[in-house]
Write a protein that binds this ligand. Structure first.
Ligand code: 5GP
Length: 125
């Protein structure tokens, strides 16, 4: 079911459980602000999710309530994940679903990082 991004944060969501170590993940990167791990159902040869460590439902919530340090740390972490995976030259795609129309499923902000092949048009037409 899609997330209502206007709802308060629910710490029973699956990514909150991953952050607490209650559910395993295939970790790619971690620092004070972010955790990156492989998507369980990859849509490209490389499909990584980058999530902030703070309790934010969506991009809307994060951009409104995140501190300068949290926002800078998260954005830098996304860049670091791509750079460390040597994706700058071939290229990659970032995608963040927010709310019902986007089909956001997990109510903890996450940025999808897709790479590893030409990714085609941005949206299905
Ligand atoms: P959304 O539609 O919310 O933008 O994307 C949620 C993503 O989380 C999906 O791509 C889905 O495959 C992934 N996902 C859902 N549950 C898990 C899980 O338990 N572990 C991992 N690694 N990914 C998950």
């Amino acid at each position: 079911m899609s997330v209502d991004a206007t709802q308060p944060y629910d710490d029973r969501n699956i990514f909150a459980k991953i952050l607490r170590g209650e559910i395993p993940c295939r970790k790619v990167y971690e620092d004070d602000f972010a955790l990156a791990f492989h998507d369980i159902n990859p849509q490209a040869p490389m499909h990584v999710l980058v999530i902030p460590k703070g309790a934010f439902v969506s991009w809307d919530d994060f951009s409104a309530k995140g501190t300068e340090a949290e926002i800078a740390g998260f954005v830098r972490a996304v860049g670091t994940v791509a750079r460390d995976a040597r994706l700058v030259a071939p290229g990659y795609r970032l995608l963040a679903n927010a709310g019902t129309d986007s089909h956001q499923e997990v109510p903890h902000l996450h940025v999808h990082l897709f790479a590893g092949r030409p990714l085609g048009p941005m949206l299905v037409r």
